[in-house]
Design a protein around this ligand. Structure first.
Ligand code: ZN
Length: 243
Protein backbone atom coordinates (compact mmCIF):
# COMPACT_ATOMS: atom_id res chain seq x y z
CA UNK A 1 0.00 0.00 0.00
CA UNK A 2 1.46 3.35 -0.90
CA UNK A 3 1.95 6.21 1.47
CA UNK A 4 -0.84 8.33 0.06
CA UNK A 5 -3.42 5.59 0.61
CA UNK A 6 -2.27 5.19 4.20
CA UNK A 7 -2.37 8.91 4.88
CA UNK A 8 -5.88 9.13 3.44
CA UNK A 9 -7.03 6.35 5.72
CA UNK A 10 -5.45 8.04 8.72
CA UNK A 11 -7.21 11.25 7.74
CA UNK A 12 -10.53 9.37 7.66
CA UNK A 13 -9.79 7.89 11.06
CA UNK A 14 -9.03 11.37 12.40
CA UNK A 15 -12.38 12.63 11.11
CA UNK A 16 -14.22 9.76 12.79
CA UNK A 17 -12.45 10.45 16.07
CA UNK A 18 -13.28 14.15 15.82
CA UNK A 19 -16.92 13.31 15.26
CA UNK A 20 -17.25 10.71 18.04
CA UNK A 21 -17.61 11.27 21.76
CA UNK A 22 -18.06 7.82 23.24
CA UNK A 23 -15.02 6.06 21.83
CA UNK A 24 -13.91 2.70 23.18
CA UNK A 25 -10.49 1.29 22.32
CA UNK A 26 -10.12 -2.49 22.31
CA UNK A 27 -6.53 -3.67 22.14
CA UNK A 28 -4.57 -6.88 21.99
CA UNK A 29 -0.94 -7.94 22.15
CA UNK A 30 0.00 -5.76 19.16
CA UNK A 31 -0.53 -2.66 21.30
CA UNK A 32 2.42 -3.62 23.50
CA UNK A 33 4.87 -4.88 20.87
CA UNK A 34 6.16 -1.33 20.27
CA UNK A 35 7.13 -1.36 23.96
CA UNK A 36 9.21 -4.48 23.36
CA UNK A 37 6.74 -7.07 24.65
CA UNK A 38 6.47 -10.14 22.47
CA UNK A 39 3.18 -10.97 20.82
CA UNK A 40 2.22 -14.43 22.09
CA UNK A 41 0.69 -15.48 18.84
CA UNK A 42 3.15 -14.04 16.35
CA UNK A 43 5.51 -16.36 14.51
CA UNK A 44 8.41 -15.75 16.88
CA UNK A 45 6.16 -15.29 19.89
CA UNK A 46 5.79 -17.56 22.85
CA UNK A 47 3.07 -19.54 21.15
CA UNK A 48 4.98 -20.75 18.12
CA UNK A 49 3.40 -24.00 17.05
CA UNK A 50 6.02 -26.42 18.33
CA UNK A 51 5.60 -25.36 21.93
CA UNK A 52 1.96 -24.33 21.82
CA UNK A 53 0.54 -27.24 23.82
CA UNK A 54 3.24 -27.00 26.40
CA UNK A 55 2.89 -23.24 26.75
CA UNK A 56 -0.87 -23.42 27.18
CA UNK A 57 -0.23 -25.90 29.97
CA UNK A 58 2.41 -23.67 31.57
CA UNK A 59 -0.20 -20.90 31.72
CA UNK A 60 -3.00 -23.12 32.98
CA UNK A 61 -4.65 -23.31 36.35
CA UNK A 62 -3.73 -27.01 36.27
CA UNK A 63 -0.03 -26.20 36.16
CA UNK A 64 -0.45 -23.55 38.87
CA UNK A 65 -2.10 -26.09 41.16
CA UNK A 66 0.04 -29.14 40.39
CA UNK A 67 3.48 -27.66 39.70
CA UNK A 68 3.57 -24.17 41.24
CA UNK A 69 7.38 -23.98 41.14
CA UNK A 70 7.45 -24.62 37.37
CA UNK A 71 4.53 -22.25 36.88
CA UNK A 72 6.26 -19.38 38.67
CA UNK A 73 9.65 -20.04 37.02
CA UNK A 74 7.97 -19.75 33.63
CA UNK A 75 5.81 -16.80 34.67
CA UNK A 76 8.72 -14.80 36.10
CA UNK A 77 10.86 -15.51 33.04
CA UNK A 78 8.24 -14.46 30.48
CA UNK A 79 5.95 -11.89 32.09
CA UNK A 80 8.17 -9.50 33.97
CA UNK A 81 7.03 -6.14 32.56
CA UNK A 82 8.14 -4.00 35.49
CA UNK A 83 10.73 -2.09 33.46
CA UNK A 84 8.65 -1.84 30.26
CA UNK A 85 7.41 1.61 29.29
CA UNK A 86 4.23 2.72 27.46
CA UNK A 87 4.58 3.57 23.76
CA UNK A 88 2.97 6.10 21.44
CA UNK A 89 -0.34 4.19 21.26
CA UNK A 90 -0.76 4.14 25.05
CA UNK A 91 0.17 7.82 25.21
CA UNK A 92 -2.25 8.83 22.45
CA UNK A 93 -5.12 7.06 24.21
CA UNK A 94 -4.33 8.87 27.47
CA UNK A 95 -4.56 12.14 25.53
CA UNK A 96 -7.89 11.09 24.03
CA UNK A 97 -9.20 10.33 27.51
CA UNK A 98 -8.04 13.74 28.76
CA UNK A 99 -10.04 15.58 26.10
CA UNK A 100 -13.14 13.58 27.02
CA UNK A 101 -13.50 11.55 23.83
CA UNK A 102 -12.29 8.18 25.00
CA UNK A 103 -14.75 6.50 27.30
CA UNK A 104 -12.77 3.37 28.08
CA UNK A 105 -9.98 1.03 27.11
CA UNK A 106 -10.63 -2.69 26.94
CA UNK A 107 -7.43 -4.69 26.83
CA UNK A 108 -6.40 -8.31 26.51
CA UNK A 109 -2.96 -7.41 27.85
CA UNK A 110 -1.91 -8.00 31.43
CA UNK A 111 1.09 -5.65 31.36
CA UNK A 112 -0.59 -2.58 32.91
CA UNK A 113 0.94 -0.23 30.31
CA UNK A 114 -2.25 1.80 29.82
CA UNK A 115 -2.29 2.65 33.53
CA UNK A 116 1.43 3.45 33.37
CA UNK A 117 0.58 5.93 30.60
CA UNK A 118 -2.04 7.49 32.90
CA UNK A 119 -5.29 6.05 31.54
CA UNK A 120 -7.84 5.51 34.27
CA UNK A 121 -10.79 3.66 32.76
CA UNK A 122 -9.19 0.37 31.74
CA UNK A 123 -10.98 -2.98 31.57
CA UNK A 124 -8.46 -5.83 31.68
CA UNK A 125 -10.34 -8.83 30.34
CA UNK A 126 -7.44 -11.21 31.02
CA UNK A 127 -6.56 -9.73 34.39
CA UNK A 128 -3.34 -8.00 35.41
CA UNK A 129 0.06 -8.97 36.74
CA UNK A 130 -0.05 -5.95 39.05
CA UNK A 131 -2.54 -7.53 41.43
CA UNK A 132 -1.68 -10.65 43.37
CA UNK A 133 -3.62 -12.15 46.23
CA UNK A 134 -3.09 -14.83 48.84
CA UNK A 135 -5.51 -17.64 48.05
CA UNK A 136 -6.16 -18.15 51.75
CA UNK A 137 -6.37 -14.75 53.48
CA UNK A 138 -6.65 -12.56 50.31
CA UNK A 139 -3.76 -10.29 51.33
CA UNK A 140 -2.57 -8.12 48.41
CA UNK A 141 0.95 -8.43 47.00
CA UNK A 142 2.71 -6.28 44.40
CA UNK A 143 4.10 -7.45 41.08
CA UNK A 144 7.56 -6.59 42.44
CA UNK A 145 7.04 -9.06 45.24
CA UNK A 146 6.21 -11.83 42.77
CA UNK A 147 8.96 -11.10 40.23
CA UNK A 148 11.60 -10.67 42.94
CA UNK A 149 10.71 -13.98 44.56
CA UNK A 150 12.81 -17.03 43.75
CA UNK A 151 10.67 -19.86 45.06
CA UNK A 152 6.88 -20.17 44.95
CA UNK A 153 5.70 -16.80 46.33
CA UNK A 154 4.04 -17.25 49.70
CA UNK A 155 1.93 -14.99 51.86
CA UNK A 156 2.99 -14.22 55.42
CA UNK A 157 0.20 -16.59 56.47
CA UNK A 158 2.06 -19.36 54.61
CA UNK A 159 -0.34 -19.85 51.70
CA UNK A 160 0.41 -19.50 48.01
CA UNK A 161 -0.10 -16.17 46.22
CA UNK A 162 -1.84 -16.08 42.84
CA UNK A 163 -1.44 -13.39 40.19
CA UNK A 164 -4.80 -11.95 39.10
CA UNK A 165 -4.07 -13.12 35.57
CA UNK A 166 -6.64 -15.25 33.79
CA UNK A 167 -5.10 -18.69 33.27
CA UNK A 168 -6.26 -21.36 30.85
CA UNK A 169 -9.07 -23.23 32.54
CA UNK A 170 -10.20 -20.21 34.53
CA UNK A 171 -13.28 -18.01 34.24
CA UNK A 172 -12.89 -14.53 32.79
CA UNK A 173 -12.86 -11.74 35.37
CA UNK A 174 -15.73 -9.37 36.14
CA UNK A 175 -14.07 -6.82 33.83
CA UNK A 176 -15.19 -8.92 30.88
CA UNK A 177 -18.94 -8.38 31.37
CA UNK A 178 -18.28 -4.72 32.13
CA UNK A 179 -16.34 -4.49 28.86
CA UNK A 180 -19.27 -6.00 26.97
CA UNK A 181 -21.54 -3.27 28.30
CA UNK A 182 -19.10 -0.44 27.63
CA UNK A 183 -18.56 -1.61 24.03
CA UNK A 184 -22.31 -1.93 23.55
CA UNK A 185 -22.75 1.72 24.54
CA UNK A 186 -19.89 3.11 22.42
CA UNK A 187 -20.41 5.25 19.32
CA UNK A 188 -16.99 4.28 17.93
CA UNK A 189 -14.89 1.17 18.49
CA UNK A 190 -11.21 1.13 17.60
CA UNK A 191 -9.89 -2.43 17.56
CA UNK A 192 -6.11 -2.61 17.40
CA UNK A 193 -3.32 -5.13 17.61
CA UNK A 194 -5.49 -8.21 17.85
CA UNK A 195 -6.24 -10.84 15.23
CA UNK A 196 -9.73 -11.39 16.73
CA UNK A 197 -9.40 -15.11 16.13
CA UNK A 198 -9.74 -16.18 19.74
CA UNK A 199 -12.45 -15.71 22.26
CA UNK A 200 -13.34 -13.57 24.07
CA UNK A 201 -12.06 -11.01 21.56
CA UNK A 202 -14.53 -11.72 18.78
CA UNK A 203 -17.53 -11.85 21.13
CA UNK A 204 -16.63 -8.41 22.44
CA UNK A 205 -16.56 -6.93 18.94
CA UNK A 206 -20.00 -8.44 18.25
CA UNK A 207 -21.40 -6.35 21.12
CA UNK A 208 -20.69 -3.13 19.24
CA UNK A 209 -23.76 -1.38 17.80
CA UNK A 210 -22.31 2.10 17.23
CA UNK A 211 -21.41 4.03 14.10
CA UNK A 212 -17.73 3.50 13.36
CA UNK A 213 -15.86 0.21 13.69
CA UNK A 214 -12.18 0.70 12.92
CA UNK A 215 -9.68 -2.17 12.81
CA UNK A 216 -5.94 -1.49 12.94
CA UNK A 217 -3.83 -4.62 12.67
CA UNK A 218 -0.78 -5.80 10.73
CA UNK A 219 -2.71 -8.73 9.28
CA UNK A 220 -6.26 -9.13 8.08
CA UNK A 221 -8.89 -10.10 10.65
CA UNK A 222 -12.15 -11.98 10.47
CA UNK A 223 -14.09 -8.75 11.07
CA UNK A 224 -12.50 -6.64 8.34
CA UNK A 225 -15.58 -6.96 6.13
CA UNK A 226 -17.78 -5.54 8.90
CA UNK A 227 -15.49 -2.59 9.63
CA UNK A 228 -16.02 1.01 8.51
CA UNK A 229 -12.26 1.38 8.09
CA UNK A 230 -9.39 -1.12 8.10
CA UNK A 231 -5.74 -0.16 8.46
CA UNK A 232 -3.23 -2.96 7.96
CA UNK A 233 -0.37 -0.99 9.42
CA UNK A 234 1.91 -0.87 12.40
CA UNK A 235 0.14 0.82 15.27
CA UNK A 236 2.88 3.36 15.82
CA UNK A 237 2.64 4.49 12.17
CA UNK A 238 -1.06 5.17 12.70
CA UNK A 239 -1.11 6.66 16.19
CA UNK A 240 1.91 8.91 15.64
CA UNK A 241 -0.07 10.63 12.87
CA UNK A 242 -3.22 11.32 14.88
CA UNK A 243 -4.09 14.47 16.80
ZN1 ZN B 1 -2.36 -15.18 53.34
Amino acid sequence: MNNEVIMNKIKKLQEMINESNEIVFFGGAGVSTDSGIKDFRSKDGLYNQKHKQNLMYMLSVDCFNKEPKNFFDFYRENFNCLMVQPNITHKYLKKLEDVGKLKAIVTQNIDGLHQKAGSTNVYEVHGTLYENYCLECHEFYSAEYIFNSVEVPKCKCGSIIKPKVTLYGEMLPEAYSQAQQIIYEADMLIVAGTSLTVEPASSLVRMFKGKYLVIINNDATFYDSKATLVLNNNLKDVFSNLK
